[in-house]
Write a protein that binds this ligand. Structure first.
Ligand code: 0X9
Ligand code: ZN
Length: 698
């Protein structure tokens, strides 16, 4: 037993050592921590999170986490002095990266204006020299249709936004106004998060690129001939409009190098993330979002995080149930009109590959959003890796080789549930990826957006254009989806339907996929479809731990407030898992840290668990190396609890949880009458001939 005094949570700021190159490390809490709320400027900071437990602790604080994170840090936008206090009380250290995001916004605005003034036509496919507004997106989509009437059509999604706006997209394909002949859909999405402007720009530029180069560039011509490409550049139209147009106040403030308190009290919406939900379950009058979010710093507190509102494992880790939090998941799965739009779009076609663009961090992320060891109560088995992990990884890596990003599982940064592809992949089997565009800003100076699309300048040879083309190639490649072929009466409508329960974290929602195509004049069809069995019900590889430990030791003790007690445990054999559980009867706050003892007696931390008051602590170590471990019980409470510590060593077996086989229901309709109905089971990569001759008989 070895009591130590602990500085953590005693009001000290534990500063990390690894500041990012080129940025300042502060030697104490930054000035705004002590300023009153009128003077606080949103800032971007790097929070030290050396362990996964630190990341999980950070996630519970309700702060505005960015996707820019590494093995030992996460970047966070601090919007208020309360945010600073949360970080400090949690004992998490941080470095300031951009001390004044509003000033940065003003600098960017000036640089963007200068670039636009000096540029007639940029090298982008559209030639644009500045970020689009929402009106620009609509105008550009309409112009694309006007300029390429056979190839491009615009459409409006079924649900208007909460502030009453229409949400539009473009569809590109040969003879786009003609009947659907069963080609696969490639879907590209942008701006789920309001402030992530480049995510819409790259999506829109790709649409323009395909339309302009069709008939000129053989690769693009071939791809567009073999697919329907659907682009919705701005999913969160309300949030984007606010972010894009309501950062103007920033310029005023920068005029007098700091601005006035009254302006600062309404710092604009340039860094808004969520949608325009102001009150759960209530559609507030159109046009009230700006006023309704005026009291929320940066327009940040109100709204639903659309990338937590999809049905896939909705309500699980990495999403908040508190309205004011940045990752608020919404009242129910698909409670928001924006996610309903995308759900209905994906449910009515065979989206074989999709990319949903975000900013920033230069990442290509693949499912799942939550770590494989987590067990959704709705399923009772660990999430494991997606059934198609090998193929998902191969394409993710190939795209990352093109844009220079890092390809990884989404959960490797932090857990998320309810994201776009958490639902789309698990419900439809179509491949889905999140791109996090840009190295370090939500909406950087525009020339950076240009170079990163094209792979020019600083990004020479590393552009998203090439990565997107690979994704489109994947979408049309029959090896990555399924194909139904056969004969049926010319002009007949074929439908594929499927109704099933999609697991949320704790329950399920009902999903219906309902898709159709029209048989061509020659009476033959080739239909590119997603596999009939969903990945989420397929066989799952899981590690199961035998319930009897191969070694176990129990310790009890008492520890004074703000002190800790060390116990030692020796791992003397090969094993798969070491579990250490710290339990105590009173509702006090204790933490657990686990160290491995090196040969020279020094300690190396290998795990920690810092839950909230009243929650018990647990550390799991996979494949623990043989040797001595120091288990440190830490008391943060004001009383002296008696605790029990149990170290257990387990062997695990890798096993397969057997899956199900699902079918599509195929119907063949002539003149509105169903003439034939057949169940169809088809696997990924399979080409299946379906006999629909009976549909032709009277
Ligand atoms: O947190 C998010 O929603 C995304 N990052 S961002 O900074 N753009 O907000 C990343 C989501 C990654 N997880 C999944 N796609 N599952
Ligand atoms: Zn985002």
């Amino acid at each position: 037993m070895n009591p130590r005094i602990l500085p953590r949570r005693a009001g000290l700021l534990a500063l990390g050592t690894a500041a990012l190159v080129g940025f300042t490390t502060v030697a104490g809490p930054p000035a705004p921590a002590t300023a009153d709320s009128d003077e606080f400027r949103p800032q971007l900071v790097t929070v030290d999170t050396p362990t996964r437990e630190d990341k999980r602790l950070l996630q519970t604080l309700g702060l505005d986490l960015t996707e820019h994170a590494g093995h030992d840090y996460v970047e966070v936008v601090l919007h208020s002095p309360a945010d600073v206090t949360s970080l400090l009380t949690a004992g998490l250290g941080y470095d300031v990266r951009i001390p004044d995001l509003l000033l940065r916004e003003a600098e960017n605005n000036r640089a963007n204006a200068a670039y636009a003034a000096a540029t007639t036509t940029s090298p982008l496919p559209s030639g644009r020299d500045a970020y689009r507004t929402l009106a620009d997106y609509d105008a550009d989509m309409a112009a694309l249709e006007r300029d390429h009437p056979e190839l491009v059509t615009t459409f409006t999604l079924p649900h208007r936004s909460l502030d009453g706006r229409e949400i539009r997209g473009v569809e590109i394909g040969r003879d786009v106004h003609g009947p659907d002949r069963g080609l696969p859909t490639f879907l590209m999405l942008g701006v789920h998060h309001a402030r992530e402007w480049p995510s819409g720009e790259h999506a829109m530029e790709f649409a323009v690129d395909l339309a302009k180069n069709y008939g000129k560039d053989p690769r693009i011509t071939d791809l567009v001939d073999r697919a329907r490409v659907v682009v919705v550049p701005v999913v969160n139209v309300d949030g984007f409009e606010l972010s894009r147009t309501d950062g103007g106040l920033v310029d005023l403030r920068s005029l007098d190098d700091g601005g006035t308190a009254s302006l600062l009290a309404t710092p604009g919406n340039a860094y808004k993330r969520k949608n325009c939900r102001l009150v759960d379950g209530q559609d507030t009058p159109d046009g009230t979002c700006r006023a309704g979010s005026a009291t929320s710093p940066g327009g940040f507190g109100t709204g639903v995080d659309l990338n937590r509102n999809y049905g896939g494992y909705w309500g699980g880790p990495g999403a908040s149930d508190l309205f004011a939090d940045p990752t608020y998941r919404g009242a129910t799965a698909f409670s928001e009109p924006e996610t309903q739009n995308i759900r209905e779009l994906i449910s009515s076609r065979h989206v074989t590959t999709l990319i949903t663009n975000h900013t920033f961090s230069n990442l290509v992320l693949r499912p799942n959003g939550a770590a494989p060891d987590l067990v959704p109560p709705s399923e009772g088995v660990p999430l494991g890796d997606p059934f198609d992990e090998a193929a998902l990884k191969a394409l993710g890596d190939a795209m990352a080789a093109q844009n220079g990003y890092t390809s990884q599982h989404a959960w490797e940064l932090y857990d998320t549930t309810g994201s776009t592809e958490d639902w789309s992949y698990n419900a439809t089997g179509g491949f889905g990826y999140t791109f996090e565009i840009g190295p370090d800003e939500f909406h950087p100076p525009f020339p950076q957006v240009i170079d990163e699309y094209l792979g020019a300048g600083e990004y020479a040879g590393k552009g998203n254009r090439e990565a997107y083309l690979l994704a489109l190639e994947n979408a049309v490649d029959p090896a990555t989806h399924s194909v139904l072929t056969g004969k049926a009466p010319a002009g007949a409508t074929l439908r594929l339907r499927k109704t099933f329960a999609t697991p949320t974290w704790e329950g399920a929602i009902q999903d219906t996929l309902d898709t159709a195509m029209t048989v061509g004049p020659d009476g033959r069809f080739t239909w590119h479809v997603n596999p009939s069995t969903r990945p989420v019900v397929k066989d799952r590889q899981v590690e199961t731990v035998s319930s009897d430990p191969v070694a176990q030791q129990t310790y009890t003790g008492t520890t004074l407030p703000l002190q800790s007690t060390d116990s030692e445990f020796t791992v003397a054999r090969d094993a798969d898992l070491l579990e250490i559980v710290l339990d105590w009867p009173t509702p006090d706050d204790m933490d657990l840290e686990v160290y491995r003892k090196n040969a020279d007696g020094s300690l190396e931390q290998v795990g920690s668990s810092g839950n909230f008051v009243g929650e018990k602590e647990r550390v799991l170590l996979q494949d623990p190396a043989q040797g001595t471990y120091v288990l440190r019980a830490i008391n943060f409470a004001s009383v002296t609890p008696t605790w029990t510590l149990t170290a257990s060593l387990f062997e695990a077996e890798s096993s397969t949880v057997p899956g199900l086989v699902e079918n599509w229901t195929l119907t063949c309709e002539v003149a509105g009458q169903v003439r034939e109905t057949a169940p169809v089971v088809v696997d990924r990569g399979q080409r299946l001939r379906v006999d629909l001759r009976a549909c032709g008989r009277r």
